[in-house]
Design a protein around this ligand. Structure first.
Ligand code: PLP
Ligand code: COI
Length: 341
């Protein structure tokens, strides 16, 4: 398959229309089979549930070209199950998890010309999403839904690539206790837009959200989980009911323990202990692992000495092992890598 003529090495994290997308419709209590189509336009009622009351959720995963030229994806079954959780919480019909994985693979296969070559630094981002498509005016779930998957080739999520990020502690909250922080609902992102724009305008790369009940514990950023390394080399990640259960973070915890023999802790992390960590990073599908150099708490700078300028040594080992697994250079745990071509 001939690749598209794209400047892979200079891609940012943006949308680039590719040839095919998957579309399935839910009507009269059942999903149809779904099709791959070239039509990138969505036509729905002006009163659709998604447009009135934001009844929508999404997922994100990637396709990679391996060192030996295969096209693979990473743990799509976990995206399927997380999307099912999001759907249940938002009163949306679950798209069957096995069919989700099948549709993801079919969509990647249909856009294989857009999967960036091995070593280019780019990947194919895959975006499954669902929304209420039928009219809703009283506050209630829609009767009809559309599930779609599109793909777009992407480069690094954060501009500047390997340079360490500066993050501010946010005054605004992301997720309430017993709310929707643990699912991938569009509304979680809509409410964060003014905060991210303000952070960028003030020269910060992202916001660190604290738990909204006590403003004591570290939660996550608008689009990634946190990962810290202690001065004695322990990998620590915040435990919270109100953050998104990142697939990258869950995978990294296994990589840290099983591949690198590191001690791993998932626990509550207080804002006050940030100063004690040697390294900090953000992890997620889009972010992969992006190093954090400092967190600014209302004018007070908390510097992570070992990741101040670039990725810290332990974070780098985690990054190299995870991307090595994804690109086929390192043997993956059973079931992590699903081959498409
Ligand atoms: N946290 C938030 C709020 C996100 O949007 C994402 C992205 O999906 C993540 C964390 C990272 O999750 P994952 O590693 O599954 O992509
Ligand atoms: C992802 O990492 O897949 C996400 O959905 C995060 C988003 C902020 C791009």
């Amino acid at each position: 398959m001939e690749k598209k003529n794209i400047d892979w090495a200079n891609l940012g994290f943006g949308y680039c229309k590719t040839d095919k997308r998957f579309v399935a419709n839910y009507k009269d209590g059942a999903w149809d089979e779904g099709v791959l189509t070239e039509d990138d336009k969505v036509v729905i009622s002006e009163c659709a549930g998604v447009l009135q009351y934001a009844q929508t959720c999404f997922e994100g995963l990637k396709a990679y070209t391996t060192e030996d030229g295969r096209i693979v994806t990473f743990r799509p079954d976990l995206n399927a199950s997380r999307m099912a959780d999001s759907c249940r919480k938002l009163e949306m019909p679950v798209f069957p998890e096995d069919k989700f994985v099948e549709a993801v693979k079919e969509t990647i296969k249909a856009n294989v010309a857009y999967v960036p070559p091995y070593g280019s630094g780019a990947t194919l981002y895959v975006r499954p999403y669902m929304f209420g498509s039928s009219p809703v005016i009283g506050v209630k779930p829609a009767q009809e839904y559309q599930f779609r998957i599109f793909t777009t080739p992407v480069g690094p999520y954060f501009k500047g690539g390997v340079k360490s990020l500066t993050i501010r502690i946010s005054d605004m909250d992301r997720a309430a206790p017993h709310g929707t922080g643990h699912i991938k609902a569009g509304l979680n992102y809509a409410m964060s837009l003014s905060n991210i724009v303000e952070a960028h305008n003030l020269g910060f790369d992202e916001n660190m959200y604290l738990d909204s009940a006590t403003r004591t514990y570290v939660e996550e950023t608008g689009g990634a989980n946190f990962l810290f390394v202690t001065k004695d080399g322990k990998v620590v990640t915040p435990d919270s009911e109100t953050i998104l259960p990142s697939i990258t973070r869950r995978s990294l915890m296994i990589v840290a323990k099983e591949y690198l023999g590191l001690e791993v802790e998932q626990r509550k992390v207080t804002k006050d202990e940030l100063k004690d960590f040697a390294e900090c990073g953000l992890c997620g599908t889009a972010a992969v692992i992006s190093p954090v150099g400092k967190v600014v708490d209302h004018g007070t700078e908390i510097i992570f000495k070992d990741s101040e300028k670039e990725m810290g040594p332990i974070t780098k080992k985690l990054y190299d092992t995870l991307t090595g697994i994804q690109m086929g250079r390192i043997e993956a745990p059973q079931g992590w890598i699903q081959e498409i071509l």
